[in-house]
Design a protein around this ligand. Structure first.
Ligand SMILES: C[S@@+](CC[C@H](N)C(=O)[O-])C[C@H]1O[C@@H](n2cnc3c(N)ncnc32)[C@H](O)[C@@H]1O
Length: 229
C-alpha cells in the first residue's frame, strides 16, 4: 500500500459522487455488526496488504448499495478476495448482515468513498472492478459528480492487471454514452463488444442488483466490460 495514504482526499477534491450517507436508524442487529464484524473485515491498510500478499485474485466493487451483488459474487467465487466500498451506512449495515448470514470469509469492507482507496492500491493489483448502476446525476450541472471521470478511468487503468476488467452497468442512456466515451478515450482500455447482444443482455456471471430491479433509469440496463490492455 502507498505510504502517501492521506494525500488523495484533497487531491480528488471536495466533489461528492454520492448522496446521503445515512437515512433511517440502523436496526440493532446491523448496528451491532458495525461493532463486532466490521473491525474484523475492514479494508484497512493491514487487511488489504494481507490480501495483496496472499496472491489471491482481488476484485473491487464500488458503490455496492445493499451488498446483494457483493455477497452473491463472494459466495460464488470463494477463491477471490473482494473489497466492497460504500459510504451509505445503511447499505453497509445490510451488506454486513448478508456477509454474517452466509458466513463469508473473503470480503473486506470500506464504509467510505472508493477514490482514496484507488490511490492507495499498488499498480496492477486488481483483477476486476464493478461499478453497477452508479448514481446517474442526470442533470447536466451535476454530471461532474458522476463516478466515471477521466481521472477515475486513469486510476482504474493503474490498479488493474493487464487483462483485468471493469464492469460498468447503468440504465441511464446519457451515463452509458458518457462512460463509453471516457473509457474509449483511455488508450489502456479496450471494449471487445461486437454487437448489441454484448451490452444489452446481462453477462452470464452477472448478479441482479437492487437498483437494477427498481428500473429508475430511462433505458434498458446496459453492461460494458472494459478490458485493461
Ligand atoms: C444508485 S446506487 C446503486 C447501488 C448498487 N450498486 C445497486 O445496483 O443496487 C449507487 C451507490 O454508489 C455509492 N457511491 C457513490 N459514490 C461512491 C464513491 N465515491 N465510492 C463508493 N461508493 C459510492 C452510493 O452511495 C450508492 O449507494
Amino acid at each position: 500500500m502507498s505510504s502517501e495514504e492521506n494525500k488523495s482526499a484533497a487531491e480528488w477534491g471536495p466533489m461528492r459522487s454520492f448522496g446521503r450517507i445515512k437515512s433511517r436508524k440502523l436496526k440493532p442487529q446491523q448496528a451491532n455488526l458495525f461493532e463486532t464484524l466490521l473491525p474484523q473485515i475492514e479494508a484497512s491498510d493491514a487487511h488489504v496488504t494481507e490480501a495483496l500478499d496472499s496472491g489471491r485474485e482481488l476484485w473491487l466493487e464500488i458503490g455496492f448499495g445493499g451488498g446483494e451483488h457483493l455477497a452473491a459474487q463472494a459466495a460464488k467465487n470463494p477463491q477471490v478476495t473482494f473489497i466492497g466500498c460504500e459510504p451509505f451506512l445503511n447499505g453497509v449495515g445490510s451488506a454486513l448482515r448478508h456477509i454474517d448470514e452466509v458466513g463469508l470469509e473473503n470480503v473486506l469492507i470500506l464504509a467510505n468513498d472508493a477514490r482514496p482507496l484507488l490511490d492507495r492500491l499498488p499498480p496492477a493489483s486488481l483483477n476486476r472492478i464493478f461499478i453497477l448502476f452508479a448514481d446517474p446525476w442526470p442533470k447536466a450541472r451535476h454530471n461532474k459528480r458522476r463516478f466515471v471521470q477521466p481521472e477515475t478511468v486513469a486510476a482504474f487503468a493503474r490498479v488493474l492487471k493487464a487483462g483485468g476488467a471493469v464492469r460498468f452497468a447503468t440504465d441511464w442512456a446519457n451515463y452509458a454514452d458518457w462512460a463509453l466515451e471516457r473509457f474509449l478515450a483511455c488508450p489502456d482500455f479496450e471494449w471487445p463488444a461486437q454487437g448489441q447482444a454484448d451490452w444489452n443482455a446481462p453477462p452470464a456471471d452477472h448478479v441482479t442488483t437492487r437498483y437494477e430491479t427498481k428500473g429508475l433509469g430511462d433505458c434498458r440496463p446496459v453492461f460494458f466490460d472494459f478490458i485493461r490492455r
